[in-house]
Design a protein around this ligand. Structure first.
Ligand code: NAI
Ligand code: MG
Length: 356
């Protein structure tokens, strides 16, 4: 197969981790006889440095013309002086909305080799942590009206959490489809005891459920979900939730797996084109030192192959290779314990390539 991939290295550790992911892509190209055409474009801080704007139109067009986008991470203290509409992070919101990427999939999977790194008790960890958070990405309070005003001479501010039926239906479909290829268990998280937007959410999740009789659907309030994720994460297979709840719960979910350095994510819309990126940021504290963990980005490539290009066995080969390298005891600094071998970002990439 021939696929066109727009590559945004970004800032901080972005270039280092993306370089390792590209090595993995090239290895897959060679072993499985595909052609990946890579189109390097800029966004975030690197685009501000080069063109003065965080998201040049040429970058958006390159992403729109691609079969998928691979991104490292953007941002850093150097850009704190930028006005709010030209912050590197704005580039991410811009790409998501221009590409219509309304669903964000973040797996929370604990590699058993990293179980000592989890902050949870061993008996909870041993029950297994392997679930997927499906987060709605272009609606809810982050995209509703934001107003700062005054009422009767008192300063007030409010943000509107708004969802439409079609927005709920399309993300619910993604979650049910995800559950169908996993263990057919879906937990929809809302706050339907208080919020009208959550009542609408629950109504249309139940509507979509009619098309997926095989999937066992449950509902949970978000405050309880926050407790259950650290008390008994093994109960979850797929969690479906709205934008802000998903932002918070998916960060919690990543922490219980030990390190944010290993976790990939995908953002998808109507078609098969997605944006794939690790969940962590640009880690300015370790940038340029060959210390970054490239596994989150490498597993993002595996997600791209699986969810956008339907290359199941290629994705599996990458996941198995990562597992093997961890089994063999190799770790970047963020995953280290006393029984393991410390390697740098480049060496970790090389080891994974060799294991494919
Ligand atoms: P961060 O995720 O960049 O770093 C948090 C901590 O985790 C740091 O100690 C860092 O060294 C460590 N870390 C992160 N990724 C790692 C990796 N792959 N290997 C080893 N250690 C790793 O979050 P922080 O410090 O809050 O943000 C730094 C910058 O990144 C900010 O400008 C922020 O806005 C931006 N950011 C960008 C994101 C993106 O591009 N998607 C997401 C989150 C933050
Ligand atoms: Mg977050």
């Amino acid at each position: 197969m021939i696929k066109n991939i727009a590559v945004i290295k970004g800032d901080g550790i972005g270039p280092e981790i993306v370089d390792e992911a590209i090595k993995v892509l090239k290895k897959v190209e060679e072993v499985y006889e595909h052609t990946f055409n890579l189109n390097y474009v800029k966004a975030g801080g690197e685009a501000i440095d080069a063109y003065g704007e965080c998201l040049p139109e040429a970058t958006v067009e390159a992403c729109l013309a691609s079969d998928s986008v691979l991104l490292g991470a953007v941002g850093g203290p150097k850009y704190d002086v930028q006005p709010p509409n030209n912050r590197p992070e704005k580039a991410l919101l811009g790409i998501r909305s221009r590409l219509g990427l309304y669903s964000n999939l973040r797996p929370a999977k604990l590699f058993t080799e990293l179980k000592d790194a989890s902050p949870l008790k061993p008996e909870i960890v041993e029950a297994g942590i392997d679930f997927m958070v499906v987060r709605e990405l272009t609606g809810g309070v982050y995209f509703g009206d934001h107003v700062t005003t005054s009422e009767n001479d008192v300063e007030v501010a409010y943000d509107v959490m708004k969802y439409s039926a079609p927005e709920v239906i399309r993300i619910a479909k993604v979650a049910f489809e995800t559950a169908m290829v996993r263990n057919k268990k879906l937990c929809s998280v809302d706050k339907a005891n208080v919020l009208d937007s959550s009542k609408l959410w629950r109504k249309y999740v139940l509507e979509v459920a009619k098309d997926y009789p095989e999937v066992e659907l449950t509902h949970m309030y978000v405050d309880n979900a926050a407790m259950q994720i650290c008390k008994d994460p093994a109960q979850f297979d797929v969690i479906l939730t709205e934008n802000m709840f998903g932002d918070i719960l998916s960060d919690e979910a990543s922490m219980i797996t030990g390190t944010i350095g290993t976790i990939p994510s995908s953002s998808l819309g109507e078609g098969t084109r997605g944006m794939y990126e690790p969940i962590h940021g640009s880690a300015p504290d370790i940038a340029g030192q060959n210390k970054a963990n490239p596994i989150g980005t490498i597993l993002s490539v595996a997600m791209m192959l699986k969810y956008s290009f339907f290359m199941e066995k290629e994705a599996q080969a990458i996941e198995t290779a990562v597992q093997k390298v961890l089994d063999d005891g190799y770790r970047t600094g963020d995953m280290m314990d006393k029984h393991t071998t410390l390697v740098g970002c480049k060496e970790m990439g090389d080891l994974i390539v060799a294991a494919i």
